[in-house]
Design a protein around this ligand. Sequence first.
Ligand code: ACO
Length: 148
Amino acid sequence: LVEIYMRGYEGMREYGGEGEGYAKRYLRWCWNKAKDGFFVAKAGEEIVGFIVCDRDWYSRYEGRIVGAIHEFVVDKKFQGHGIGHMLMGKCLEYLGKYNDRIELWVGEKNYNAMRFYEEYLFRRANRSGIWVRMVRDLRKDDKGSQQL
Ligand code: ACO
């Protein structure tokens, strides 16, 4: 997963941490925080992407618990082939069971990812430094794609 993370963020190092040590610590933190919502995509036996969906995230911007997407990466050479859509579908299905709102933070110049999120009805809500907070409302039991 560390390798996928490093390759996925190639060319965007400012948003993908400071290196493998950081990636390893961060992904371990993700695993400990949101095991149930840590989904991987496979091509055959190979893991090619993952999404980390946390159903129990205290948002200080909302002042309450919301769903959060902590990380979402598809390996560089597999990007643009629909794997991200599959992972996002799974994420919305999962968080839709528990949360009525999802937040995530994305790099301010990560235009591809922001466009992707906007397709899924996320909207820009706040900024903090180089990060943009995006939110999406969900009905409980929303299956995500059904609402699109
Ligand atoms: N290459 C091609 N298309 C891209 C790319 C890319 N690098 N990034 C986004 N897109 C757009 C396409 O225009 C396409 O739009 P369409 O649905 O209208 O055709 C769509 O997004 C691509 O859909 P998928 O192929 O399903 O998405 P993909 O498998 O590439 O996954 C993701 C999307 C996760 C954003 C991936 O490109 C990636 O890993 N990017 C680098 C890491 C990153 O920026 N992650 C998000 C950070 S924010 C966070 O983690 C909370």
